[in-house]
Ligand binder design. Structure first.
Ligand SMILES: [Mn+2]
Length: 363
């Protein structure tokens, strides 16, 4: 049963109504279904949650002043992002499919482009931290990486672009870490960061679709891009809705899995679980995929340095990043080298080769 409600212009456009003019000083009425009424209730809920209270009293205990601290709780923040995404998706017109490459490669191989902690939007200054990094350098470096990596990798039909998290350096209008609010060195404005991120990721997807018959895309959640990884996945899956050769994983749980022949490949940023105990988490979340495979690999990032570990369940690898160090990392004394790898898996034999592309090859 429909009910008529007065809606603010932004609420009307959220439901896809054409915005009516005001009736004097009041907002116009619209007919809403039961479902829309529920959504409206959710929309109008205050997003701020009380997280603390301080009271100043005099010697007799009389209250002189009281402060209430309010904050956006994580689930409220996510809810707000979810609404924004729903609204955004309505306006995205899916792109036309890219022409399938004529050349066929080895159908038994898959190339995994492994990128992590790219920190697009971060600002580093060579005098302070050894190398420069900004939006322009990051965009050019990524395109260069894919040009070289694609041409150096074995010819085959399928590829994985596994972006293991922290693709964006920060996650909203303020350049701070979303978890703890630590101040970050940011190159530019958030809108510009979003634009460059979309532009460069689309360019890379086009390069991969022009080369491979089928492409799998993982945009993992990282601790720097908790919300931005959500909108990137959802936006790209709407945008490439009519592209049957691109498979985008839109799982909200930050553990991902792809199988290929007898290989089971796992991915996670590394912010929730690290090398010590992530293997059992992967297996517990993907029991069937694990059980049906002979070769099992787990890939993580987050700490920017290389570590390989073999457990009873799988081979785990923590990857380096191509990004420069920011002042925080440099001053803290973290000095790992910079590269990214393309790892090739054979359907029946597991990992058979890898290409390492060092930052020096891209400068
Ligand atoms: Mn991280």
């Amino acid at each position: 049963m429909a009910e008529r409600k007065r809606l603010k212009p932004e609420e009307a456009s959220f439901f896809g109504f054409s915005v009516k003019p005001k009736e004097g000083i009041r907002h116009p009425r619209y007919s809403l279904t039961k479902e829309q009424l529920q959504q409206l209730q959710e929309l109008r809920k205050p997003l701020l949650t009380v997280t603390g209270k301080s009271t100043l009293t005099d010697a007799e205990g009389n209250v002189i002043m009281e402060w209430t601290k309010e904050n956006l709780k994580e689930q409220d923040r996510l809810k707000a992002v979810q609404y924004a995404i729903e609204a955004l998706k309505e306006d995205i017109e899916p792109t036309k499919p890219i022409e399938r490459p004529k050349k066929q490669g080895n159908p038994n191989l898959i190339n995994q482009y492994t990128l992590t902690d790219y920190h697009l939007g971060m600002m580093a200054w060579h005098e302070e931290s050894g190398s420069d990094w900004d939006m322009k350098i990051a965009e050019d470096t990524l395109v260069n990486f894919f040009e070289i990596a694609i041409s150096h990798s074995p010819e085959c039909d399928e590829a994985i672009f596994s972006e293991l998290g922290d693709f964006l350096h920060w996650d909203g209008l303020d350049a701070v870490t979303p978890g703890n609010g630590h101040l970050l060195d940011a190159d530019t404005r958030f809108t510009k960061l979003v634009r460059v991120a979309i532009r460069v990721i689309r360019r890379v997807i086009t390069m991969l679709l022009e080369k491979y018959q089928k492409v799998h895309l993982i945009i993992a959640e990282g601790n720097h891009n908790l919300a931005s990884s959500v909108w990137m996945r959802e936006m790209l899956s709407s945008f490439y809705e009519n592209e049957p050769r691109l498979v985008i994983d839109t799982r909200p749980d930050p553990y991902y899995c792809i199988t290929f022949g007898k290989n089971c490949l796992f991915y996670h940023h590394g912010h929730k679980r690290g090398l010590n105990n992530i293997d059992s988490v992967f297996v517990s979340k993907f029991k069937k995929e694990f059980g049906e495979s002979d070769f099992v690999y787990g890939h993580i990032g987050h700490l920017h340095n290389l570590q390989v570990k073999e457990t009873n369940l799988m081979v785990l690898e923590q990857h380096r990043t191509l990004a420069a160090k920011d002042a925080y990392a440099s001053r803290g004394g973290w000095g790992s080298d910079r590269d990214a790898k393309v790892i090739t898996y054979h359907k029946d034999y597991g990992e058979v080769s890898r290409q390492t592309i060092n930052i020096k090859m891209l400068e």
